[in-house]
Design a protein around this ligand. Sequence first.
Ligand SMILES: Cc1cc2nc3c(=O)[nH]c(=O)nc-3n(C[C@H](O)[C@H](O)[C@H](O)COP(=O)(O)O)c2cc1C
Length: 335
Amino acid sequence: MKLGDIEIKLGAALAPMAGVTDLTMRILCAQYGAVYTVSEMVSAKALVMGDKKSQKLMAGGGGNAPYGIQLFGGEPTAMGGAANSITSGEYRGVTCDFLDINYGCPAPKITGNGAGSALLKDLPLLSETAEAVVKNSNGTPVTAKMRIGWDEEIMTGVEAAKRLEAAGIQMLTVHGRTRKEMYIPGIHADEIAKIKAAVSIPVLANGDVTSAQTALNLLKETGCDGVAIGRAAMGNSWLFAEISAALNGEPAPEPPTLKQRFATMRKQIYDMCEDKGERIAMQQARSYATWYMHGLRGAAALRRECCSLTYFTDVDKLISAAWRVQEMQNKEERR
Ligand SMILES: Cc1cc2nc3c(=O)[nH]c(=O)nc-3n(C[C@H](O)[C@H](O)[C@H](O)COP(=O)(O)O)c2cc1C
């Protein structure tokens, strides 16, 4: 699959997640075979007003996979301005292979300002924002991520997708829920399939992919060109290798050992400390570490330990505690 001059391999992409898809997460997921990665969403308005934190969110790229920077906003002028600043190299350390536009965020503080999934209720403005980004992206390809509609009454997914294609958007990722459904219940694969059938550009299906089998099922149900993974990638970057192998007819890779899992967690948190400073990184590391404990024996008690991580040295104490719990449980099972 081509995005401008960039070749996107068959497999799973890392979906953008605010507070999650930071530089370390992007590098890690790319290393395990994410076919591309996307930044946390960045406010176009904040960027054009010179906000330094927004610049930091985009910096550093995406490791050894193509990298997209995701913009959100409901003002075409700000969206165009941000697209131009990024793609003309205005920000030090910020480069990308494509820009992505957020038409899916359901958070009231975003939709209340007419951005994210609110644009699924205002299709003329959706077109204008997309056109502004495409026009000002200096030849960098532009993609979009959307939901299937606002709610069961306002099911604008198909119409929105056609408009986005007409505006010059080169690829879509469709999260198979309405804005009203937020993150539950299950996704509507049939609605993603309708969107895929309505446009000629590549479409990636998104929502609830947690394994190679769920990825294969979703591709079969929707006819899409790939999948994007959000939550299931947290603490489980190996999932990309598993899905890539399944889609390309290769043998399934060995699942990570406990030792690999802890070493990966430690390295990810170490790199976060290097990138953001220990104080900020360790606050975020509490949730990162929690993901890695998922499914382990004694996970509930270990999760409590994760919540008190303060210094990087606490990560080694957590790993020792996690080993102790696993060994104790092993001994009990052998009795
Ligand atoms: C913590 C969190 C943050 C998210 N932030 C973004 C974001 O910045 N931009 C975006 O387009 N979607 C965002 N999403 C939505 C995901 O990209 C994805 O569409 C959604 O989680 C469904 O996919 P999944 O079931 O694989 O998680 C976020 C989701 C979560 C859970």
